[in-house]
Design a binder for this molecule. Sequence first.
Ligand SMILES: Cc1ncc(COP(=O)(O)O)c(C=O)c1O
Length: 478
Amino acid sequence: MSIASTRTPSSPSAAPRSAGRPISSCRSVAGEQRLRVVRPGASGSHAAYVPAVVGADLVVPTVHGPVGYANLDHAASTPALVAVKAAVDTALETYSSVHRGNGYASTVTSAWYEQAREEVATFVGARQDDTVIFTRNTTDSFTLLARSLPQDTTVVVFETEHHSTLLPWKGTRTVTLPVPASIEQALADLEAALAHADTRHRLVVVAGASNVTGELWPLARITALARRYDARVAVDAAQLAPHRAIDIEATGVDYVAFSGHKVYAPFGAGVLAGRSDWLDTAAPYLRGGGATARVSTAGTTWATGPARHEGGSPNVIGAIALAAACATLAANRPAIEAHEAGLLAELRRGLAVIPGVDTWSIFGQDHDRVGVVAFTIERLDSSLVSAILSAEHGIGVRDGKFCAHLLVDELLEDPWGEVPATAVRISLGLASTPEHVERVLAAVAALAAEGPQRRYVRTEQGWRPEGDTRELTLPRPW
Ligand SMILES: Cc1ncc(COP(=O)(O)O)c(C=O)c1O
């Protein structure tokens, strides 16, 4: 089943959803009462606003005492939206099996699961005949796509990609293009690779936004080029979806993948959306209940549409959470983009004037980007920098090579030899505030000027301040 039969497009500019009643009753024409299922969390309309997240007032221990947590690590995982939590709470009230029962709760839950699919289709601007498959995350989505490629396909991918996008193509003819110095070079390299690919099918795989530098790839230009060589385009939207609108139809891309836990729906669901033909003829991703049309001693007929690859009982709460997040983000894009653009400009302006700090870029500092910045402080180990930001300033960032080893190795090229070629990544989002940006800039400036002011020791958990007495665990939440 493709989404075409059930899709009832809800406008991306529709209202943000807050918790609402799950079920409302209404009178049918004949006057008898029937039940109408309302999406969990659906309610009236508002002007665009910056959606609130759960845990925004989290206080964390530092060596100087408790401070408000500065979440500058959205690219790894985002906190849950308040609207997501509300939708999940509501959905749990009637939570039951999906497509496996005629009981009332099962009927309601099954309807919500399919409505979640429709919401995601709207969120990505899917074509009417595209398929939307719920997966576990972006990695799962690309693994599914890799297993769905027709024989005789060439995959073209850049070294800039996250490992989830770079690695699933094992066993398929793959052309890996070097980190380009400019968009024009990227397009030229891509064109040369496509021109030389002598297989029947071609697939270009590219990130919407880099998880290391935040820089945007020109999807419409890539798709236009790919079309000239009869190639398809799959977009890793893991870092694009939280920040910018995705529009399959407008950009002409063929597939989009992203993760719920990076769009403020941290409940283990992801998405692969796109053309149904390869997916409908591929071997089922999970062989079992739900993926079959008919099983008899004579053989098995597999379902088509999303069911083919969603074997087993689905993660319905994950799908509902993801849909609630998509609805909320889509309804509030202008406010979200303005919030993040302001913070990003401030952050980049501040980092640019700190002596000894370098920010890293593929296409140049003026290239359009989302709120993800990788930087290094001269001669300081990035893992020590992130430990200091946490222990002394209550700031959460990530350090390392960010599952993009080829890109980071190329950008950093072991700049000082004496410390690992890794970087610190600040990633902005809905939990970030101007005060967080000010705090991290002040901390980085002090570190760059004076170096660490305390002794740190390496432990199994990474760098820790010597004599650290902070309690870093909490009682189990169950
Ligand atoms: C650009 C990009 N692609 C793919 C992934 C993989 O996402 P997941 O771990 O949710 O599968 C990430 C995660 O950081 C990412 O940033």
